[in-house]
Design a protein around this ligand. Structure first.
Ligand SMILES: Cc1cc2nc3c(=O)[nH]c(=O)nc-3n(C[C@H](O)[C@H](O)[C@H](O)COP(=O)(O)OP(=O)(O)OC[C@H]3O[C@@H](n4cnc5c(N)ncnc54)[C@H](O)[C@@H]3O)c2cc1C
Length: 454
C-alpha cells in the first residue's frame, strides 16, 4: 500500500504531497500543536470522501478531517503523521428547493459565506464568531460551535436540520430531507454534532435560517465589581426577549487589545469590568430599551456607550473580538474554554488568579467570554514550565464549581487526558463502543476526545 495507490483512484490534484503546500495545513491556529503528514487530500464531493475513507479503512491509514483549521484544541492537525482530509474544496452553498428558510451547505463553506448568502434574502445564520471568514460548516458542526449569539439562537446543534456524512469505513449516511420532525430512530445530526470528526466526516448539511433583525443596538457597560456585571446579565436575560449577546471582558484584556491595535480608550475608569450587550429585533428597540429595567441604568450609569449604527457597533465589538488574536500575538497561551454556573462566576474568577499565581507567579491569565452562557475563555500567557499542572488544577476547580471543562471548543487532543474529570467510566466506555460502530478500524481522528492511539 502506498499513497500512489490512493492517487490512482482519484482525479489529478486531489492528493497533494508537496511539503510547501502541506506546511500550511499541519500546524494549528494556536501555534501549540505542530504535526506532520505525507499528504493532504482535497475531495470535491461526498463520493470522493467515501472513496478516500474506504481506501484508508482497507489499508489502515489514519486520518484527520480538517475544515478551516481554526480549532482551539489540537483536533484538526496530524500529530501522529495522519493523512489530512481537507474539506476546503467542498464549498457549494445554495438555498433549499423545498424550504426557503433553509440552506444546503457543503462542509467547506465558511460561516461568512453562509451569512452573506442568507443576508441576500433578509435571513441570517444563528452561529457567528470572530473566525467567521475561515471556520467552516463541517468544522462548526464537528465542534458544535457556539459563539456570540447562543443566548438567542442556540449552539450549532440547534441550527442543523439534516446532515450527510461518511463513516470510517467509507459508508455514506444521513440525508438532506430538511425535516424538523423526523423521529425515525437515532438523530444523526445531534449525534454527529460535537463528535469532532471521530465518528464520521460531515460532507453536507441542511441548516435553518432566522429572520434578520430590523434593528440592532449594542451597549457597552463598565462596572467596578463582577457581581454588578453578573446581576445586569441576569436582569437582561429575565426581562428582555431581544437580547442576543452578552460578553464579559476585563481591563487587562482591553489594554492588551488597545496596545496591539492602537484603539482609543473607552472611558476614564481605569479598572473597568466590561459587559457588552447586544439587542436585536423589530425596529424601535432603542425606545423599548429605555422602558424596561435598562432604562434607569442607561440614564444614571457613568460608564455606558450606546451604538446604533453598524460602524459604531463594530467599533465596540472590536474591543471584545480582538482579544483572541491580541493574546496570541504575545505568545502561545494555555487555552481553556469552560462553562461556570453564573452564580459561581465571581468565585471562579478569584480562584483562577490564585491558582495561576500559586503555580507560576509570572503567569498572565486573560479571561473573557460569553457570560450569559457562563462560558469563559481563559488564555494564560507565560504558563510555562508548569502548563500541565496549571491546566489540571484549573479544570478540577471548574468541575468542583459544577462547570464544564469544555464549553464550545470541544475536547480535541488537548483535553482528552482530562475527559474523566467530567464523564464517568461507563460513559467513556460507551463513547468507545459508539466510535467502534462508526469507525471499526479506529482511523478517524485518533486520540481526539479520548485516547485511542496510546
Ligand atoms: C479568533 C477565533 C475566535 C473563535 N471564537 C469561537 C467562538 O466564539 N465559539 C466557538 O465555538 N469557537 C470559536 N473558535 C474556535 C473555532 O473557530 C471553532 O472550533 C470552529 O468550529 C472550527 O471550525 P474549522 O472549520 O476551523 O474546523 P477545524 O479547526 O478544521 O477542525 C475542528 C475539529 O473538527 C473536525 N472537523 C473539521 N471538519 C470536519 C468535517 N467536515 N467532518 C468531521 N469533522 C471535521 C476536525 O478534525 C477537528 O477535530 C474561534 C477561533 C478563532 C481563531
Amino acid at each position: 500500500m502506498s499513497i500512489e495507490d490512493l492517487k490512482s483512484l482519484m482525479e489529478p490534484g486531489r492528493v497533494v504531497e508537496d511539503q510547501e503546500v502541506i506546511r500550511t495545513y499541519i500546524d494549528d491556529w494556536t501555534g501549540r500543536y505542530k504535526g506532520s503528514t505525507s499528504a493532504v487530500t482535497f475531495p470535491h464531493s461526498t463520493d470522493e470522501v467515501a472513496k478516500i475513507l474506504s481506501w484508508c479503512s482497507t489499508n489502515q491509514v489514519r486520518v484527520v478531517p480538517q475544515g478551516g483549521n481554526t480549532g482551539m484544541v489540537g483536533g484538526s492537525v496530524p500529530l501522529n503523521g495522519e493523512l489530512i482530509i481537507s474539506l476546503r474544496k467542498m464549498k457549494n452553498v445554495s438555498f433549499s428547493n423545498t424550504n426557503r428558510n433553509q440552506i444546503v451547505a457543503e462542509a467547506g463553506a465558511t460561516l461568512l459565506e453562509i451569512q452573506n448568502l442568507a443576508s441576500g434574502r433578509g435571513l441570517m445564520y444563528g452561529v457567528d464568531f470572530a473566525a467567521r471568514d475561515s471556520a467552516t460548516i463541517g468544522g462548526t458542526i464537528a465542534t458544535n460551535a457556539g459563539g456570540l449569539n447562543v443566548l438567542k439562537y442556540g449552539t450549532t446543534r440547534r441550527q442543523i436540520v439534516s446532515v450527510e456524512a461518511v463513516t470510517g469505513t467509507g459508508k455514506v449516511i444521513g440525508n438532506l430531507n430538511g425535516l424538523e420532525k423526523d423521529n425515525t430512530g437515532y438523530h444523526l445530526p445531534s449525534l454527529l454534532c460535537g463528535s469532532e470528526g471521530t465518528l464520521a466526516i460531515v460532507t453536507r448539511a441542511k441548516l435553518k435560517l432566522w429572520p434578520e433583525p430590523e434593528e440592532t443596538v449594542t451597549i457597552l457597560f463598565g462596572f467596578n465589581t463582577i457581581e454588578d456585571a453578573v446581576n445586569l446579565t441576569e436582569d437582561c436575560m429575565s426581562t428582555n426577549t431581544e437580547i442576543v449577546a452578552c460578553e464579559l471582558f476585563f481591563q487587562k484584556g482591553v489594554d492588551l487589545v488597545r496596545d496591539a491595535y492602537d484603539l482609543q480608550p473607552l472611558w476614564g475608569n481605569k479598572n473597568s469590568i466590561y459587559l457588552l450587550c447586544e439587542f436585536a429585533g423589530d425596529s424601535g428597540i432603542s425606545d423599548r430599551l429605555s422602558e424596561n429595567i435598562l432604562g434607569e441604568i442607561l440614564q444614571t450609569h457613568n460608564s455606558v456607550l450606546v451604538a446604533t449604527t453598524d460602524r459604531e457597533r463594530q467599533r465596540l465589538w472590536q474591543y471584545r473580538e480582538l482579544h483572541t488574536v491580541a493574546v496570541s500575538q504575545k505568545g502561545i497561551p494555555l487555552k481553556l474554554d469552560v462553562t461556570i454556573p453564573l452564580g459561581n462566576l465571581p468565585h471562579f474568577l478569584d480562584g483562577i488568579d490564585t491558582i495561576c499565581g500559586n503555580i507560576n507567579p509570572l503567569s498572565l491569565p486573560y479571561v473573557f467570554g460569553h457570560v450569559a452562557d457562563g462560558n469563559m475563555h481563559l488564555n494564560i500567557l507565560q504558563s510555562e514550565p508548569n502548563v500541565a499542572e496549571m491546566e489540571e488544577e484549573i479544570l478540577k476547580f471548574v468541575v468542583s464549581l459544577e462547570g464544564s471543562i469544555s464549553a464550545e471548543h470541544g475536547i480535541g487532543r488537548a483535553k482528552a487526558p482530562y475527559l474523566h474529570l467530567q464523564r464517568n467510566e461507563h460513559e467513556i466506555s460507551l463513547f468507545r463502543e459508539m466510535k467502534k460502530a462508526f469507525d471499526p478500524k479506529g482511523i478517524l481522528n485518533p486520540d481526539v476526545i479520548f485516547l485511542t492511539c496510546s
